[in-house]
Design a binder for this molecule. Structure first.
Ligand code: SAM
Ligand code: SF4
Length: 329
């Protein structure tokens, strides 16, 4: 059997996140500047064939699950075709997508048909005005339509990503719990991380998971579930209802110790941590005729150097130059 991908801290790597575009049709304040970013040219982006080759090289090394993300992944044409190729031709087990949901209404059925197993849909506010302020686009109705369409066609779970922001999220926590109860969705509150384009992150803007949890508990009884190894979230069942609440707490309760994730940006850079300050270029070897063995060795060497943990809570923390949208969350 081929040697599995391991880092120098004893962790095995099983989860791959591939950003398929850096472009986006929203401008979430915690992610993108109002004017957008200088987008990559089409030729700078990995082609679908290059992505499929990379994933095929990584599955024999232990990569089991793959998440497609961006930017907004559904802006790229032919995503269902990519998914079909990944599911049938690479040996990967599960394929999931993180999307802002604005384009889901028309694409949900094709994506499910192609084999997407799980969907994470980002939705930070259920109030149209607040949604527009946060994303700088009037698009809440599109996301809601997308969710309705998705719920009709997917047999898999639907998770809603909510970035928890001070003086915003607190006003809507109960509405989100009601949404979980009504729909069976898992609502995942994510702590705001210093990956914003404006580099304006501060502790005063983020709401720690434990605070959200205590607010929810004032009105609902919750039962915590067992955390599977390497999971990013703590999850809770709402007693007497369907749906769940999840907390992703990278700042207040980092989960680096059993992290099994690596990322590939849309321009083919391998990142071993969201907060990596260095990257490994895979696009050049993919295009210069390098052998599969050479590419695997590059990946192995980079993964071996995977960071032990992020340093958000340490003095001297340096925010990476790439934003979340350019890394692939
Ligand atoms: N555009 C898609 C979307 O919004 O779902 C996929 C890409 S987006 C970068 C992936 C996830 O990262 C989203 O759930 C988004 O809310 C989250 N995100 C972006 N910037 C973040 C930040 N600074 N802190 C925490 N989460 C962030
Ligand atoms: Fe776009 Fe997603 Fe970033 Fe919002 S969080 S700007 S939807 S990439």
């Amino acid at each position: 059997m081929t040697d599995q991908l391991r880092d120098g801290h004893g962790r095995s790597l099983h989860d791959l996140r591939v950003s398929i575009t850096d472009r986006c049709n929203l401008r979430c304040r915690y992610c993108m500047p109002a004017e957008g970013l200088p987008w990559l040219s089409r030729t700078d982006q990995l082609t679908y064939a290059e992505i499929v080759r990379l994933v095929s090289l990584l599955t024999p090394l232990g990569v089991r699950s793959l998440r497609l993300t961006g930017g907004e992944p559904l802006l790229r044409k032919g995503v269902p075709d990519l998914v079909r190729e990944l599911k049938t031709g690479t040996g990967v087990g599960e394929v999931s997508i993180t999307t802002n949901g604005t384009l889901l209404r028309r694409q949900a059925a094709a994506l499910v048909d192609a084999g997407v197993d799980r969907f994470n849909v980002s939705l930070d506010s259920l109030d149209p005005t607040r949604f527009s302020t946060l994303t700088r686009r009037n698009a809440l109705h599109h996301v809601r339509d997308g969710l309705v369409a998705l719920a009709q066609v997917t047999p898999g779970p639907i998770k809603i990503n909510v970035v928890a922001l001070r003086d915003i999220t607190e006003h809507e926590i109960f509405d989100f719990v009601e949404l979980a109860k009504d729909t069976g969705f898992e609502i995942r509150f994510i702590e705001f991380m210093p990956l914003d384009a404006d580099h304006s992150w501060s502790r005063s803007q983020f709401v720690p998971g434990h605070e959200l949890l205590s607010i929810v508990r004032t009105r609902y009884e919750l039962v915590e579930e067992q955390r599977p190894a390497s999971a990013t979230a703590r999850t809770f069942r709402v007693v007497g209802a369907q749906g769940k609440i999840g907390l992703i707490e990278p700042v207040s309760r980092p989960f680096c110790s059993d992290c099994d994730r690596i990322r590939i940006t849309s321009d083919g850079k391998l990142r071993t941590c969201l907060f990596s300050l260095t990257e490994t270029d895979l696009r050049t070897p993919l295009r210069d005729g390098s052998s599969d063995e050479d590419i695997v060795e590059l990946v192995r060497a980079a993964v071996w150097r995977k960071e032990l943990k992020h340093r958000i809570n340490e003095p001297g923390f340096i925010q990476p130059p790439r934003t979340m949208s350019a890394i692939g969350g």
